[in-house]
Design a protein around this ligand. Structure first.
Ligand SMILES: Cc1ncc(COP(=O)(O)O)c(C=O)c1O
Length: 458
């Protein structure tokens, strides 16, 4: 037995039995005691360590029970082969950007920490024990009630607490729905093109075939949707991601008519409808037909993505299946966070926070648009009315991915538009998010980007 292992044991005499066991187990796992190595007899090792023989036999018995050593009558124990863990790649350090134009994250510095602490403390003090138990897989009733009231008031959504399922973000809502659709025999789901590739990946994981349906300045092209005729479609009517188009009233009616005539479902991803700057936001499409539209809202833009809370309002025929799918996936979302969010919404803090965030983002949006007009007057900007980003339209023969890579080398994080194409024409462009750019840095960020972009536009 190597001397250093014995020293290790000596040093940690206090918890001798456990220490000896840990030291031997570790040495076997990391190969210092290789397969076939003979360990000292219990008498010898006890003598070396100056402990009772019973301590060592207990440890050897335990290691045998765990499968690390073989004990043989009147012979010394032998180490059994164990698989070596493959070395895992260490996490690369998070890049530090000079300017971060990420388009999918809000300003998490604005997170209402004080209110969250206040409501968390209150829940911890007053919540009955049942809150800490497994509960209804749809989520806490307090949150479902608060969300029902909020959605009716702010988004014109028609729902009831019984129809709401709380999920871990829009991502899980989509995942659950795709699983349920597959179980019901669905084959295909359509997404807008362009749209978020992460969402296509979620749908593909369930086994659904993913197809792209074009959008134009009026939103999703419903005639094209009719000819694709998928089992479901995911759409962002209030503010198309990423182009920023708002679906026109005509298109909204046609979309509903498609779902009704074909008996299919529409998934309304209402991810950032609260952030509309120049006029009142349009209500959710779900309000037109709650039996064919699944409305999904999320706290990822209004509060922070790490909260991982979203809410889906379901047609009656999907409630039981989605509830079961949620139970199978994770037995329900964290209850305390749901109670805190319920208090935040019901107390009006949520609205106050959104009001403050909206004012902050509007300033940044204004500064971004004027800076772009100054630095890059030749480039068209669209999608500036709402949300947390604008899109720079680039010529068809441009390589937006190469530009984004070049920008990254200059410490500027920016996302290219063309990889968001799901079939059809690949539009070239850049997404400029302002969730992470303080207003006083916006102009510098735009000029830094223009310095890279301008020479390539000629
Ligand atoms: C179009 C779109 N939908 C939904 C979300 C939110 O997803 P989640 O609620 O899973 O964080 C995002 C986040 O970036 C998004 O860009």
């Amino acid at each position: 037995m190597p001397r250093d292992l014995l020293v290790d044991v000596e040093l940690r005499r206090g918890r001798l039995r456990r220490t000896l066991q840990e030291v031997l187990r570790c040495a076997i796992q990391d190969g210092r005691l290789g397969s076939g190595t003979t360990l000292p007899s219990s008498r010898t090792l006890a003598g070396d360590l100056g402990v009772s023989r019973g301590v060592v036999t207990d440890v050897y018995d335990q290691l045998q029970a765990e499968g690390y050593v073989e004990l043989r009558a009147r012979r010394a124990p032998v180490v059994i082969a164990v698989a070596r863990a493959t070395a895992s790649a260490s996490d690369p350090p998070a890049p530090i950007w000079r300017y971060d134009f990420v388009a999918t994250t809000p300003d998490v510095d604005l997170f209402p920490r004080r209110a969250w602490i206040r409501f968390l403390e209150r829940s911890l003090r007053t919540a009955p024990p049942a809150v800490f138990d497994y509960g209804d897989h749809r989520g806490r009733i307090e949150l479902r009630r608060a969300i029902r009231d909020y959605l009716a008031r702010v988004r014109g959504v028609r729902t009831e607490p019984e129809r709401i399922v709380i999920t871990q973000g829009f991502t899980q809502a989509l995942d659950l729905l795709c699983r349920v659709l597959i179980d019901r025999g669905a084959k295909t789901i359509a997404f807008e093109t362009p749209s978020l590739p992460d969402a296509w990946a979620t749908a593909r994981m369930s086994g659904l075939n993913v197809v792209g349906c074009p959008v134009d300045r009026n939103g999703l092209d419903v005639d094209q949707l009719r000819s694709l005729n998928p089992d479901a479609v995911v759409t962002t009517p209030a503010h198309q991601f990423p182009t920023g188009a708002v679906m026109t009233p005509d298109r909204r009616r046609h979309l509903i008519a498609w779902a009704e005539s074909a008996g299919h479902v529409i998934v309304e991803d209402d991810y950032d409808a609260e952030f509309r700057y120049d006029r009142l936001g349009v209500g959710a499409v779900q309000g037109l037909d709650p039996d064919h539209v699944i409305h999904v809202g999320t706290a990822s833009k209004t509060l922070a993505p790490a909260i991982r809370l979203a809410w889906m309002s379901l047609p009656g025929h999907l409630i039981d299946d989605i509830r079961k799918a949620k139970g199978t996936a994770d037995s329900g979302s964290p209850a305390l966070d749901q109670l805190v969010l319920a208090d935040l919404v019901a107390s009006g803090e949520y609205d106050r926070h959104i009001g403050l965030a909206r004012r902050t983002y509007r300033q940044r949006r204004d500064r971004l648009v004027t800076s772009l007009a100054e630095a890059l007057p030749e480039v068209r900007v669209f999608g500036a009315d709402a949300g947390l980003h604008v899109v720079l339209d680039l010529p068809d023969d441009f390589d937006d991915v190469a530009l984004a890579n070049e920008a990254a080398r200059h410490g500027i994080a920016i996302r290219a538009l063309s990889p968001m194409t799901l079939g059809g024409i690949r539009r070239q462009g850049l997404l400029l998010g302002y969730g992470k750019l303080a207003v006083e840095r916006v102009r510098d960020a735009v000029f830094a980007l223009a310095a890279i972009l301008k020479p390539r536009l000629r």
